[in-house]
Ligand binder design. Structure first.
Ligand code: FAD
Length: 399
């Protein structure tokens, strides 16, 4: 059999390596090298796996299918380490190559792909797919045509288009009437309506972010955010951004609350003690908050900063604590795909069989980020790309 794989990213590479060696594999990549996106992952260090992979780390439209895919994680990890020889270390559950260089992983893949049954066609983009009885005709950019038995779509999503995932697959899916859930940027900073926080651009703060749809809690994340001139960034922001994007895609704007003192449940008690001393409110607040935030918090609580702490009523203290722990901001949008690490949406897990073939077209397979699965930061996205590629490749029978 001849099997074409469209896309030489993490998922396409693993699929190519795991297809039984008696088949001809043609890997079609529109860049001039494979794994270009890998090079920018994990700030150039490639956080390629995580010790705790489970469905709670992902957003998708079918948790039980995802769960069954992830149940194979141990075999895939063993394959990466023992069979391919990725020499790695882990820190706080995050796995990196021992060299701390993403290029090591890309090189490992390039060496492994050097096999007689695998041909790589660089600088070629898939333009069209035609189903012809038992065969599939692929049209490539330079008017080349290929007749293959099966095709695996491993084209990524829309994030970081300069690395190759430029969305050229979606018009092709449209032509074949293959539906997909709406795409939006994820693992991406958030743009906020003006909230005075932009005055603190550059400030980093440990916070708890709470995302709600009306009164319903969507998620909570605790960690460091960075305030920017347009909104907020930092890992915890990125981690909630997929949920924001998925709601925005449904025309729902969720509410976001920032707790600037997430460790301290008894802030009002502390304030009642310290406020009885003869200090200004600003002086007292500086013991708890970054000084740049103080005028913004006082403004939100509607309290004049020149006040002496001892003059504050219990009601004022309540308002102050509320402003610190429930600072509401309005989400305008997410940043765009250039700033995003993954995209939400894609081909639904409901539309694929266990072997990643489409229920509608059993000789067309979809893997990696082209599927509607995206993970939070921590190696989960590459892990899903690897697991889906590995399983899809191995599902193809020897015959
Ligand atoms: C800046 C950044 C940092 C990241 N850091 C991490 C991290 O540390 N850990 C982690 O787990 N994840 C990280 N990710 C996410 C991770 O890189 C992706 O989820 C993963 O690469 C997806 O793999 P994929 O094979 O599905 O798609 P991709 O890696 O996007 O590969 C798709 C390939 O298909 C090719 N292609 C697309 N369309 C066509 C076509 N029509 N014809 C031919 N070729 C085509 C593209 O050129 C590309 O090479 C990061 C992403 C970015 C952008």
């Amino acid at each position: 059999m001849t099997i074409a794989i469209i896309g030489g990213g993490a998922s396409g590479i693993l699929a190519a390596l795991n297809i039984p060696k008696n088949h001809n594999v043609i890997l079609i990549e529109q860049n001039d090298k494979i794994g270009k996106k890998l090079l920018v992952t994990g700030n150039g260090k490639c956080n390629f796996w995580n010790k705790e992979i489970n469905t709670t780390k992902y957003n998708t439209d079918n948790i039980s299918v995802l769960d069954s895919v992830l149940s194979h994680q141990d075999s895939v990890f063993k394959y990466l380490i023992d069979d391919l020889g990725i020499y790695s270390y882990h820190k706080n559950n995050y796995y990196y190559p021992n060299s701390n260089l993403a290029s090591s992983i890309r090189e490992t893949f390039e060496l492994a792909l050097n096999r007689p049954n695998i041909e790589i066609l660089y600088n070629r983009s898939l333009k069209n797919i035609q189903i012809e009885k038992q065969k599939i005709k692929l049209e490539l950019t330079n008017s080349e045509e290929l007749i293959v038995d099966k095709v695996i779509l491993a084209c990524g999503g829309l994030a970081s288009p300069k690395t190759g995932s430029n969305g050229s697959i979606y018009p092709i899916l449209n032509d074949l009437n293959i539906s997909y859930n709406p795409l939006r940027p994820a693992l991406v900073p958030l743009i906020l309506e003006e909230s005075h926080l932009s005055k603190c651009s550059g400030l980093r703060s440990i916070v708890r972010l709470t995302l709600k749809d009306k009164e319903e809690l969507i998620c909570q994340e605790e960690g460091e955010i960075q305030l920017t001139d347009y909104g907020i960034s930092g890992i915890v922001t990125l981690n909630i951004s997929s949920k924001v994007s998925r709601l925005l895609a449904e025309k729902i704007t969720p509410s976001l609350y920032i707790d600037f003192a997430p460790q301290d449940a008894n802030l009002d008690k502390i304030f009642k003690t310290t406020f009885s001393q003869n200090h200004t409110i600003e002086e007292i607040l500086e013991t708890v908050l970054n000084y740049k935030l103080i005028p913004i918090i006082l403004n939100k609580a509607n309290i004049r900063k020149a006040h002496l702490g001892s003059k504050l009523t219990d009601e004022d203290i309540k308002k102050l604590v509320f402003s610190i722990k429930n600072f509401s901001v309005f989400i305008k949008d997410t940043c765009d795909y250039e700033k995003s690490q993954v995209s939400t949406g894609g081909v639904s897990l409901n539309d694929i069989n266990q072997d990643f073939s489409l229920k509608k077209y059993p000789n067309i397979y979809v893997i990696g980020e082209t599927l509607d699965v995206d993970g939070i930061c921590g190696g989960y996205n590459l892990a899903f790309a690897f697991i889906s590629g590995y399983l899809c490749g191995r599902s193809i029978s020897h015959d």
